[in-house]
Design a protein around this ligand. Structure first.
Ligand code: SF4
Length: 76
């Protein structure tokens, strides 16, 4: 089994990432499909793109608030 706490290799950058609490509810993917995708192998969402502008940053911040388990983390 993959250790979700340490295997963040598919995440693009350490600034925003999804931690081991993700339940793959897809809320972040539906809200921001440019920034998130579900990794079917690991069964969790991944940040596939870090915010590149203010609009994407706002979108990312919105996903932090809507995640039901607080699994989207800001490492800045
Ligand atoms: S909203 Fe949270 S729990 Fe749902 S898929 Fe995204 S990171 Fe995982």
């Amino acid at each position: 089994m993959v250790d979700r706490r340490t295997d963040m290799s598919a995440n693009v950058s350490p600034k925003y990432y999804v931690d081991e609490n993700c339940i793959a509810c897809c809320a972040c993917v539906l809200e921001a499909p440019l920034l998130f995708a579900i990794d079917e192998d690991q069964g969790i969402a991944l940040v596939v793109r870090q915010p590149q502008n203010e609009q994407e940053l706002s979108l990312m911040q919105a996903t932090l608030e809507l995640c039901p388990v607080g699994a989207i983390r800001d490492d800045s």
